[in-house]
Design a protein around this ligand. Structure first.
Ligand SMILES: [Zn+2]
Length: 172
């Protein structure tokens, strides 16, 4: 069965205005906001290969996280070949202090029919060691994903120049 055809996705008008890491880091009192965008054909063409492991997700997102001044939680939406078809910033601001609502992790994936996702968030402290909450959230997300038919390939925590893979899936 074929997934969606990301090559044919029309660029969303939001893409031009919303580039990760640029202009999205103004401190907001509302710690949470949501938007999703689809990669333009150009950006998909830049992708070296599938984003199917923690390392690939880190390489995809590291510049965005390094440019971020605040904590953020990002979901990478993937097609059946695990090529990225979009990114959703689920939270910006204070992520660790509140429990992430599992439903919000899947909102964009459901809307865009993405069969797989990778979750990522950063620790501004620079230490990528996951908190107990991070581990619990990952476990809950994997279980919820099974019910929804959406594979949660990994949840990475990005620190200062390094990352931690909570699921730690092996390369195939
Ligand atoms: Zn964390």
């Amino acid at each position: 069965m074929r997934g969606g055809a990301p090559e044919n996705l029309a660029p969303s008008p939001k893409v031009a205005r919303h580039t990760l890491g640029r202009g999205e880091d103004r401190p907001t009192t509302a710690a949470r906001y949501v938007y999703a965008y689809r990669f333009t054909r150009h950006r998909i063409a830049e992708m070296p290969s599938a984003v199917d492991c923690a390392e690939a997700a880190y390489q995809l997102l590291r510049d965005d996280f390094e440019a971020a001044e605040t904590e953020r939680l990002i979901v990478v939406l993937l097609n059946r070949k695990h090529r990225p078809i979009g990114i959703e910033i689920v939270y910006v601001g204070h992520v660790g202090g509140c429990s992430v609502r599992i439903a919000e992790l899947f909102r964009a994936a459901v809307r865009m029919n993405a069969p797989a996702i990778i979750i990522a968030h950063n620790h501004p402290s620079g230490d990528p060691a996951p908190s107990a909450d991070d581990v619990r959230t990952t476990r809950d997300a994997v279980a919820a994903g099974k019910l929804l038919g959406i594979d949660v390939l990994d949840h990475i925590v990005v620190g200062d120049g390094r990352y931690f893979s909570i699921i730690g899936i092996p390369h195939e």
